[in-house]
Design a protein around this ligand. Structure first.
Ligand SMILES: C=C(O[C@@H]1C=C(C(=O)O)C=C[C@H]1O)C(=O)O
Length: 132
């Protein structure tokens, strides 16, 4: 066995199973889940839009987290609290109104991202919280 063949064989051995495991044709892109060409084309088109949306969501998520972290740092540097719970309640209500009950969970994750890498510990949360 030549060097490239051995490398290829080793590569295939570690690639996770996907398309053929779902009963479809082997392909380089994930299966659409249907053998009907018109449906498959429509799904592929919608997936392209979904991929664009996901990219925008991720970029917005990162931009928001950075802005929120800068607000916190600015406030602490000026002698204020890191968090303002009254403002967080307004934001959670906005997401609940816009998205239904799941919006509350989404808002909690978004607010957590804004607290940055130190935001997850009990002690760091306690130190900066406005309690009224
Ligand atoms: C960004 C701020 O600071 C914190 C973070 C918030 C957020 O991520 O939206 C909201 C309130 C504060 O706890 C702010 O006061 O606006």
């Amino acid at each position: 066995m030549s060097e490239p063949q051995r490398a290829n064989h080793e590569h295939r051995a570690v690639v996770p199973h996907r398309a053929s495991d779902e009963g479809g044709r082997p392909t380089d892109s994930p299966e659409t889940g249907t053998d009907q060409p018109a449906a498959s084309d429509r799904i592929s088109m919608l997936r392209r839009r979904i991929d664009e949306i996901d990219g925008q969501i991720i970029a917005l998520w990162q931009e928001r987290a950075a802005a929120s972290q800068e607000v916190g740092a600015t406030r602490i540097a000026s002698g204020g609290t890191r968090l303002v719970l009254s403002r967080e309640r307004v934001i959670m209500e906005r997401y609940r109104e816009g998205m239904g009950p799941d919006g509350t969970q989404v808002a909690l994750l978004i607010l957590r991202a804004g607290r940055g890498p130190l935001g997850g510990t009990e002690s760091s949360r306690d130190r900066g919280v406005e309690t009224s």
